[in-house]
Write a protein that binds this ligand. Structure first.
Ligand code: NAD
Length: 281
């Protein structure tokens, strides 16, 4: 089944700057540029109204093309992009967003993120100051970070007094990030989960998740996404397969019980699939 238009049941979460973000969005990491227009078009047809891209994904132009061709108003689609590791520093950061906007064919993004802190360069504070300017001049409605640890968050807030609206981090049942999520809650920072399905490898074959899925007449992917939603995370699953794009969208008409949430909590193994932010870059 396909839903068109803005008639979706996706909750909007309030960001600390007063703007809103759809709790479920669509990620396009590793979607090849030649497949991106069709894939994003499918997601928008299904009802997704938030797209997560990045300069590093090499598909911003095609994301912009799909949005332009959708016939949706600009304000109906929440667009996130990210500053790559080779553009840290004040002036480079300003240039990075201008280049992303040019590729996207947009005059602003809804959310601009520092993709990785890259502590070895030690310039993320300066980069964050540039993002604050980009928000002031309207090029980025909201600003946030990705892959920041508590230490990185504390440094940018101490230096500027500006708290990011969200931190996009690797998060799935095998890597539950409880300490970082607690810190986010205490500081009014939303948690956005990348690789929310554990990249589809292993996690979705877990027998306990399979059992919960069969109890609810759902798929393992839907159970995992529902777990994220009930924790209050923003989620951005990726798929290039239309049936899965639809499946991942249908998670708002069932609920996991407290006991089922507890079962999933028991799957935490501190297992990262991606790089460690303390050393990456
Ligand atoms: P994901 O957890 O969303 O997994 C995607 C994979 O899971 C797909 O390629 C497919 O193989 C499988 N899958 C998807 N739907 C399925 C379904 N219904 N049933 C079975 N298998 C299914 O992983 P991801 O793509 O790494 O992460 C999602 C998004 O997060 C990315 O597209 C990107 O936007 C973002 N991301 C950000 C960072 C960062 O550093 N900020 C890093 C990685 C990803």
């Amino acid at each position: 089944m396909t839903t068109h238009g803005t008639d979706t049941a996706v909750p909007q979460l309030e960001l600390r700057d007063g703007h809103q973000i759809p709790q479920l969005g669509f990620g396009v990491f590793q979607v090849p540029p030649e497949d991106t227009v069709a894939t994003v078009t499918a997601a928008l047809e299904v009802g997704y109204r938030a797209i997560d891209t990045a300069a590093a994904y090499g598909n911003e132009a095609q994301v912009g093309e799909a949005i332009a061709a959708s016939g949706l108003d600009r304000d109906e689609v929440f667009v996130t992009t990210k500053l790559w590791n080779d553009h840290h520093g004040h002036d480079a950061a300003l240039r990075a967003l201008y280049q992303s906007l040019k590729r996207l064919g947009l005059d602003h993004v809804d959310l601009y993120l520092i993709h990785w802190p890259v502590p070895s360069q030690d310039r993320y504070v300066e980069t964050w100051e540039a993002l604050c300017e980009l928000r002031s001049d309207g090029r980025a409605r909201s600003i946030g970070v990705s892959n920041f640890t508590v230490e990185h968050l504390e440094r940018i807030v101490d230096a500027t007094g500006e708290v990011p609206v969200l931190n996009q981090i690797e998060l799935h049942p095998h890597l539950q990030q409880e300490e970082l999520r607690r810190y986010h809650r205490e500081h009014g920072i939303l948690t956005e989960a990348w690789s929310p399905l554990g990249q589809g490898q292993g996690l979705l074959d877990d027998p306990q998740i399979a059992e919960l899925a069969s109890t609810h007449g759902r798929t393992p992917a839907q159970v995992v996404l529902r777990w994220h939603i009930q924790l209050g995370n923003v989620v951005i699953p990726k798929s290039v397969t239309r049936s899965r794009i639809e499946e991942n969208f249908r998670i708002f008409d069932f609920e996991l019980s407290d006991a089922e949430m507890e079962t999933l909590r028991g799957l935490d193994a501190g297992r990262r699939l991606g790089p460690d932010p303390a050393t990456f870059g």
